[in-house]
Write a protein that binds this ligand. Structure first.
Ligand SMILES: Nc1ncnc2c1ncn2[C@@H]1O[C@H](COP(=O)(O)OP(=O)(O)OP(=O)(O)O)[C@@H](O)[C@H]1O
Length: 630
């Protein structure tokens, strides 16, 4: 076990331990603000259970499950708990798949239901008078394929979980698992018993971003197995950053509610800002702040927290440089000037479009964000969207490896994915030919990327589909084969408009997009910084490139008028643009372990007003305008 577990126990940690020691056991929710040590409490709870219940659990073949949001977070928790086999640490997808995978017939039934639903939807769209002729042709082709799928799934001996859905071959995709897992748990008493038997303790970190269907299904397990199953959520509704997340979790009568009042991460001045941002939300105010030991005493660290209100003009980059220069001189800290990737400053852009613009994938961003469903939008932010996966997981790695002459890596990728090289299709007598063909195909793929006029993503995907280089997801296949370009988004066509726009994007923009999702840039966005902390944080707020319907800093800082919809949402107590903007702002500002600098770009005419309104969050002496930087 590493450092997290060695942090001193807080009152909340003691309360949680007491809750875990109780017999019969109870479920609980730990809700607390940023930097309060929720993940630390989770890791300590795991260690406590290992010490107190480990031998009994092992004897019964039971394990403690811990679900967290990303593979990176999974790795961190594994690091903390020392990879002990008593724990099952995973993302929600692998947890759900792990549970349902042995139930082939139930999976088959679920898949059958899905296909039937698609058939019903396609028929309904075919009957609409406004459906275009080209879309009808595709829908008819889809119906034929769905019928074939219904036939094919009858003989699948074992379903697998793959990159994208391929029902005919028994492959379920990422999104299927997230729908099927909760559905099977909800529909089956047996499945609920199985989870409670195998994992009497089930903890979920970052619970605010968990899918509501998952939360509901886990609640049923807790109800059925009260007293012998402990469900534990660790989260903060104010840090919900995915549109699809549940936010606050409703507590049941017999669950224990635990909170942590402290913030251990942010220095005093940063904590003041963080508390003021939150004051307008749920009003939670955190105490303590970061402390260090000096002469055997714990002393508070002041840190710094400033806002620079600057004109949103053509000189934004130079203005940002000037801010860094000023901070470097005023704080006596050279590293504020270092803008290299591993430099000391974390630059957070709250608006992804700005990152997309700066990093070189504006069309891909606009295509999927402006037209896509909530899940496509979320998938764009972390690379999990089904339209992106073949390019990210196959095309880019293989083109890169081939271009660099890494034959071994190319072969490995082909072996893992090329349908022609899978065990059930390869025959010794034709293996050589199959390999030669694949080699020629990959050369063509590389040549496509090197063409002077860049290929579109559609051209690239069509090549891999036609040459059968990779098992293209059904949804993508259907659109590649039949989607007319420039589909009418108003047709109620799901993600058709987003995919059509994506198909006309230049494929080389995917290189820039890959850098973005792999965080190979000093720029980062709120999703990327979830759960993390940095010494110097520079938060850039810029509405000029923002998606106005979701976030607006102009509105948040009181210089842009609210729309009629905004006012209506606020009046009805619905989630408003101000709530979403506040949460993003909160997540970003609360990452600072040392210095926080916020740069707010607004139209020149609004600078004074925005600077005045910033007093709501920052001390007057910490609010600066362009003249202060000269
Ligand atoms: N009891 C403690 N005493 C001192 N420092 C602590 C304690 N608990 C946590 N910390 C430190 O506080 C910081 C935040 O902890 P952690 O990441 O667990 O918080 P969190 O609540 O999960 O944060 P967030 O919600 O912002 O992602 C870390 O640097 C951690 O080492």
């Amino acid at each position: 076990m590493t450092v997290r577990v060695n942090q001193p126990d807080t009152d909340a940690d003691k309360e949680l331990k007491a809750c875990l020691d109780e017999k019969p056991i109870h479920s609980f929710i730990m809700t607390a603000g940023a930097g309060s040590g929720k993940t630390t409490s989770l890791v300590k709870a795991l260690a406590h259970l290992a010490a107190t219940k480990g031998p009994t659990l092992r004897q019964k073949g039971q394990r403690i499950a811990c679900i967290t949001y990303t593979e990176v977070a999974v790795g961190e928790i594994w690091g903390d708990v020392g990879n002990a086999p008593l724990f099952h640490v995973s993302t929600i997808h692998s947890f759900l798949w792990n549970i349902v995978r042995p139930f082939t017939n139930d999976i088959r039934e679920w898949v059958r239901g899905r296909i039937n639903k698609k058939i019903a939807d396609a028929k309904e769209r075919l009957e609409r008078p406004k459906t275009q002729a080209a879309t009808k042709t595709r829908l008819e082709a889809d119906l034929v394929r769905y019928t074939e799928q219904l036939e094919a799934i009858k003989s699948i001996a074992r379903f697998t979980y793959g990159i994208g859905s391929h029902y005919s071959e028994g492959v379920l995709g990422h999104d299927d698992i997230l729908k099927m897992g909760p559905a099977m748990i909800t529909d089956s008493v047996l499945m609920r018993r199985l989870v409670a038997d195998r994992f009497p303790y089930l903890f979920v970190d970052e619970s605010q971003d968990t899918d509501p269907a998952v939360v509901d299904s886990f609640r049923l397990i807790a109800r059925d197995h009260d007293g012998r199953f402990c469900l534990g959520y660790f989260g903060d509704p104010m840090q919900k950053i995915y549109m699809t997340g549940v936010g606050p979790i409703e507590i049941e009568d017999n669950w224990v509610s635990i909170t942590k009042p402290e913030n251990f991460r942010c220095p005093r001045l940063v904590l003041d800002v963080v508390n003021r941002i939150r004051a307008e939300g749920d009003g939670l105010e955190q105490t303590r702040g970061k402390m260090v030991e000096a002469d055997g005493q714990l002393v508070s660290v002041p840190g710094s927290a400033r806002i620079f209100v600057l004109p949103a003009d053509g000189a934004r980059s130079q203005r940002l440089q000037a801010v860094r220069q000023w901070l470097s001189e005023t704080n006596g800290d050279e590293r504020w000037r270092d803008d290299s990737l591993d430099g000391g400053v974390k630059v957070m852009v709250l608006v992804h479009r700005m990152a997309a613009q700066n990093m070189g994938f504006p069309d891909i961003y606009a295509a999927l964000n402006d037209n896509g469903s909530a899940s496509l939008k979320d998938g764009l932010l972390d690379g999990s969207a089904w339209v992106l996966r073949p390019l990210l997981q196959y095309v880019l790695p293989i083109v890169r490896a081939s271009h660099n002459g890494h034959t071994f890596a190319v072969m490995n990728l082909l072996r893992a994915t090329a349908p022609a090289l899978q065990a059930d299709s390869i025959k010794p007598q034709t293996a050589r030919q199959a390999l030669d063909k694949l080699k020629a195909d990959i050369d063509d793929l590389v040549a496509l990327f090197e063409r002077p006029n860049p290929p579109t993503t559609r051209e690239v995907l069509t090549l891999i589909l036609e040459r059968d280089l990779y098992p293209i997801d059904e949804r993508l296949k259907s659109r590649l084969v039949g989607l007319p370009l420039g589909v009418d988004a108003g047709e109620g066509s799901g993600d058709d408009a987003a995919v059509a726009a994506f198909f006309s994007c230049p494929a080389p923009q995917m290189w820039a997009y890959e850098n973005y999702v792999m965080r190979l840039s000093p720029f980062d966005t709120h999703q990327g910084v979830k759960g993390a902390e940095f010494s110097r944080v520079l938060v850039v707020l810029d509405d000029a490139e923002a998606n106005y319907t979701l976030f607006s800093y102009g509105k948040y800082f009181g210089v842009t008028s609210l729309s009629a919809t905004d006012t209506a949402n606020i009046a009805e107590g619905k989630e408003s643009i101000l709530d979403r903007t506040r949460r993003l702002f909160y997540v970003c500002c609360s990452r600072a372990v040392g210095d926080l600098a916020v740069v707010l770009f607004v139209p020149e005419a609004d600078v004074q007003q925005a600077a005045t309104n910033a007093k709501e969050f920052f001390r007057a002496e910490d609010i600066l305008i362009a003249a202060d930087l000269a």
